[in-house]
Design a protein around this ligand. Structure first.
Ligand code: DOR
Length: 437
């Protein structure tokens, strides 16, 4: 691939926003003295350039539920939103609990995945003894544990098994922390057809806090790094702040918990905003936002979790949990900058440099010489309501349609190749497995 430059844009990193030209050759960022002679150039005057987002929590449903999404449609939604790397979760059918199942997903990505990618291995009682070997399988980004049941069959609710998982391996373990016993007891009391807005009471803040507390205790005891997914409560933010286990514990927030708010969102969208752990009220939202700003939260992952509209139409609690949002993260965070509670630098920290640091991904997450030229160019003059026809997920809906935008990605590159421009895919899907660690 010959070289080209991207001229006149304001380049965003965790350290600042600087107007500078970028030079790209063979899919990598190169130095200006090497690149200044490149004939080809892209004009980014008036635009913002972000490192491509690394979304470390998506559910793309393949194999087993391709009617909801597949690796092609999910990764297309990803690049449409500036996400150049995704880490996909193991609660597919069959679940990704063996190296063979993981290799199958990698094969399915060939020529179909638009973004670079890696896959989590799901921990179970049966594979715990193999995990420290299997977590090094090529294309594996780590081990995922469901402490509370959600979509799919994966569950580890036994404290001794959880401790064995943490003792078997080195990489950070990503955890869905909700207390299974409490969830079961509370679901048992809910009549079918209850209003969807009861969801945050059924899966209540105590269920999240109990599990996260137990997880931090075990991380300290075993000295294993853990990554707490989708923090949903003020209580967990306060716990993380008090325990101050930086280096051992990292935490994720989702756009859903940052930009949707109960009861309003349940009144407007019903099961369309039902997810696990639930979107809660403004008090929780404000404290999570504070945690995002002051560094208690280390990264933002979308927890993209599409379901078909007819499945979402089922009565509660049979309506499945999950919100499709991989495409929305960057656009929503730009509204937070407009609204004054977040800085552009925070976006680069939380969506690129942060995930790269947590999961030990070299060559991605920062637009520096030698790194992959994964980036997304944002047009800050796009200030219209988000139109429905831009939504790329097979789910076809988003609670964020109609959100007044404050900028939107208009060109996404994966290793120097334009993959999405002006709301349309460009060329062929050419995502590759990411090397982790
Ligand atoms: O709401 C959710 N949906 N939370 C999860 O943990 C899983 C996800 C899914 O896969 O549908």
């Amino acid at each position: 691939m010959s070289g080209f430059s991207i001229r006149g844009g304001r380049v965003v990193s965790a350290d600042g926003v600087v107007e500078r030209d970028l030079f790209v050759r063979d899919g990598k960022i190169v130095a200006g003295d090497e690149g200044s002679a490149f004939a080809e150039s892209i004009d980014a005057t008036g635009k913002l350039i972000f490192p491509g987002l690394i979304d470390t929590q998506v559910h793309f449903r393949e194999p087993g539920a391709e009617h909801k999404e597949d690796l092609a449609s999910g990764s297309l939604a990803a690049i449409a939103g500036g996400v150049t790397t995704f880490f996909e979760m193991p609660n597919t059918n069959p679940p990704t609990t063996t190296p063979e199942a993981l290799a199958d997903k990698l094969r399915r990505c060939e020529g179909r995945a638009w973004s670079d990618h890696a896959f989590f291995l799901g921990a179970t009682e049966d594979n715990v003894d193999s995990l420290d070997e299997w977590e090094h399988t090529p294309g594996c980004c780590g081990v995922k544990v469901f402490m509370g049941s959600s979509t799919g069959s994966l569950l580890v609710d036994d404290a001794a098994v959880l401790e064995s998982i943490l003792r078997n391996g080195q990489r950070p373990v990503a955890v869905h922390a909700e207390d299974e016993a409490r969830l079961r007891a509370r679901y048992a009391t809910i009549p079918s057809g209850s209003p969807y807005n009861i969801h945050p009471e059924v899966r209540d803040p105590t269920a999240a806090l109990l599990a996260t507390t137990r997880l931090l205790d075990l991380a300290e005891k075993t000295k294993r790094r853990v990554h707490v997914l989708h923090i949903s409560t003020a209580d967990e933010i306060e716990l993380l702040r008090e325990r101050d286990l930086k280096g051992l514990v990292t935490a994720e927030a989702t756009p859903n918990h940052l930009f949707l708010e109960a009861p309003d969102c349940y009144n407007r969208f019903g099961a369309g905003v039902q997810m696990n752990p639930p979107v809660r009220d403004r008090r929780h939202q404000e404290v999570i936002r504070q945690g995002v700003v002051d560094g208690v939260i280390d990264c933002i992952g979308s927890d993209h979790a599409p379901h078909a509209p007819e499945e979402k139409a089922k009565p509660y609690p049979d309506s499945p949990s999950g919100i499709p949002s991989v495409q929305m993260t960057l656009g929503l965070l730009l509204t937070a900058v407009r609204d004054g509670w977040l800085a552009l630098e925070d976006i680069a920290r939380l969506t690129a440099a942060g995930p790269a640091a947590i999961f030990d991904i070299h060559d991605k997450g920062v637009l520096k010489v030698g790194a992959d030229a994964d980036l997304t160019i944002v047009d800050p003059s796009i200030v219209q309501p988000l139109p429905e026809q831009w939504v790329r997920s097979r789910a076809g809906y988003s609670p964020f349609v109609g959100t007044p935008l404050a900028g939107w990605p208009v060109c996404t590159m994966v290793r120097g190749a334009i993959a999405y421009r002006d709301h349309e895919p460009v060329g062929k899907a050419a995502g590759r497995p990411v090397t982790v660690g």
